[in-house]
Design a protein around this ligand. Sequence first.
Ligand code: ZN
Length: 283
Amino acid sequence: MDQVHHILTIDFESWILSEKIRKEKLTNSELLYLDDKFTPESLSVIIEILKKHNQKITFFVCFKLEELYPGIIEKITKNGHEVGWHGYSHIPLTNTNILKSELNMSQKYLKKYNIKGFQAPGIIFFKRGYKVLKKYDFSYSSSTYGQPQKTTKIDGIIEIPVSTTKEVDNKDAFQNTRMDLSSLLRFGLPFGSSFFWSLLGEKNYHQKLVRAYGKGIPINLFVHNWQIISAWSKSKKFIPDEKESFFKNPLYFPYKKNVAGMFEYLLSRHKFTRMIDFATKHK
Ligand SMILES: [Zn+2]
């Protein structure tokens, strides 16, 4: 039997792509001012951590960041990691028009770097989108919750679910895009999302990974760069969502805690794989 590899990906983004900033329709130089080099600095730190633990993984990048800081994609791939697409501006991809517009703005880089992987912002996607991904030459997506070993092929795209605690049928898992009570009861906790990292803690995740490994089951996790390196703001008007007060933004409460320690804890105890390598084996 082939050795099992868990998957840990980075959703590589910046708070300047959040909804409240998007609404302001700022120019690139205004966006660069707000970002204040968080993007390249967080990338450098994460690449060094991965080097230290001898891990090659996948970064799902918002491609607007490549436009703002040309060279970040190359920096990731030159270090042996994979770059996948996490949308252009991190707007929710809820229909074909939005998806095509985001793809067209990213097209130049998608071709240049031969991008094959996709993770939908917020893990919110729609079924007809897979046909569009195929046209743009993607080969896999990780935009549902479920069991990563149960990959499915939708319109030629391999769909690799983000891990949940309960075993579910993949067709059902596709509908599990909202974390309401009924879907939690039905599908279990979508702990593959780093929303739960600070809530459950490193020992819980470590045990989950050990147990799954023992059973020969892969686990698929993602975490954001801004959970590992906390973002900052020199603006008086805007701050990152996770820095807002609890009452203004209660859903961001689990994101207030930096999880850099947990990131290293898991990297030092488990071997992770790039998602493209996983996808190739599960075609
Ligand atoms: Zn995201």
